[in-house]
Ligand binder design. Sequence first.
Ligand SMILES: CCCCCCCCCCCCCCCC(=O)SCCNC(=O)CCNC(=O)[C@H](O)C(C)(C)COP(=O)(O)OP(=O)(O)OC[C@H]1O[C@@H](n2cnc3c(N)ncnc32)[C@H](O)[C@@H]1OP(=O)(O)O
Length: 147
Amino acid sequence: MPHIADTHIVNRERVQPTHANNYESAHGGIVMKWMDEIGAMSAMRAAEETCVTAQMSRVDFERPIPIGDTALVESWAYATGRTSVRVRIEVSRENPRTGETEETTSAYATFVAVEDGTPVPVPELTVHGEKCKELRDRALAEEPERE
Ligand SMILES: CCCCCCCCCCCCCCCC(=O)SCCNC(=O)CCNC(=O)[C@H](O)C(C)(C)COP(=O)(O)OP(=O)(O)OC[C@H]1O[C@@H](n2cnc3c(N)ncnc32)[C@H](O)[C@@H]1OP(=O)(O)O
């Protein structure tokens, strides 16, 4: 059974002019694509299966990520259903010279494990140790109400 900490993935993207909007910062759709991809990788670690995006919610764009900065994309699975995996995704801008970071974007996403397009059961996601607890609590603290 996977632990929450096993699903924690951190990725970096250098924001290039080809990623930009008209305001010299990363285009929101590009940032969401990075979030979706890294989130899916966390979900797959939890599901031990291929996963597809079923929902992305509470996408908050708090600050821009200027061209030349690094987008630090972090995600982890914090809860599972029968076939679904709930994932928290957080993005920060990182100064490549100093390593200084500032939160820019965040979201909650639900992925579904599939085999040939049909939902399949996922294993239980376990909490093992302080890192798991910290990640789970950080995600649950702001999780939007689910239908
Ligand atoms: C070979 C691989 C190599 C990999 C290499 C690694 C590289 C890794 C890189 C990754 C890179 C890709 C990252 C981008 C990932 C995409 O781009 S995926 C593409 C976009 N998404 C899609 O096309 C999905 C389209 N939707 C569907 O196919 C179907 O609606 C779904 C999601 C399979 C669900 O099917 P369904 O028949 O509605 O299923 P149903 O039995 O009703 O519900 C199943 C579960 O889904 C949940 N659910 C259904 N709809 C929703 C919803 N709207 N909201 C929340 N939950 C929902 C249900 O609550 C239920 O949860 P459980 O109670 O079982 O836990």
